[in-house]
Write a protein that binds this ligand. Sequence first.
Ligand code: ADP
Ligand code: ZN
Length: 216
Amino acid sequence: MKKNIILMGPPGAGKGTLAKQLKEELHLVHISTGDMFRDAIKAQTELGKLAQSYINRGDLVPDDVTIGLVKERLSQSDCDAGFLLDGFPRTLVQAEALNKLSKEISREIDVVVNLDCDNDELVRRISGRRVCKNCGAPYHVITMKPKVEGVCDLCGGPLYQRKDDNVEALKVRLEHYVSDTKPLLDYYKDLGLLASFNSLVGKETLFDEVCSFLKK
Ligand code: ADP
Ligand code: ZN
């Protein structure tokens, strides 16, 4: 089985949703840099204060900060079971740092699961997205409604709209994706690690496809 996994794809492609499904099914640790930053912002730690302004306008948090955060998390013992990196790496500098780190701690990447999605659909998904304030579970006002409006099905927490889920910040995020993150697909293709999936098939079908691929 492939157990040390990177999830890649543009914002809104469904990395977070897929990560939560895979985590349950395969008992992997979910490492979302976006969630880690949002937790830090909520707690107003030094990290949170620093990350906040970058995130709200859709920019990337500086590499050294992000790399330090992942380094610490990935070195913890629960990652022995395997991990899903969601939202990291996002730049070539991050990918190279991860390459080095994963060798040092003997947690080499087995596969990069890339989610393809077209732009109009990304905009639709992000503009209707709501997220649980407690557990981070994603919803959508039209396509993924919770059972009770405004309340998380999983933990009962309140749903909210992320500050960066607006048209202006999304535009910046998509630009960063194209200029900084998309080139990583070639980087991982050259390493023989890239596997791409079409995320337009719907979340259950996508989950089945990725799951059976990872179990091989
Ligand atoms: P999405 O994939 O929907 O854009 P995430 O929750 O993964 O959102 O990330 C939200 C924001 O957190 C990013 O727009 C960026 O500002 C910051 N961030 C997350 N991961 C990284 C990273 N690896 N490098 C730099 N910034 C990051
Ligand atoms: Zn919740």
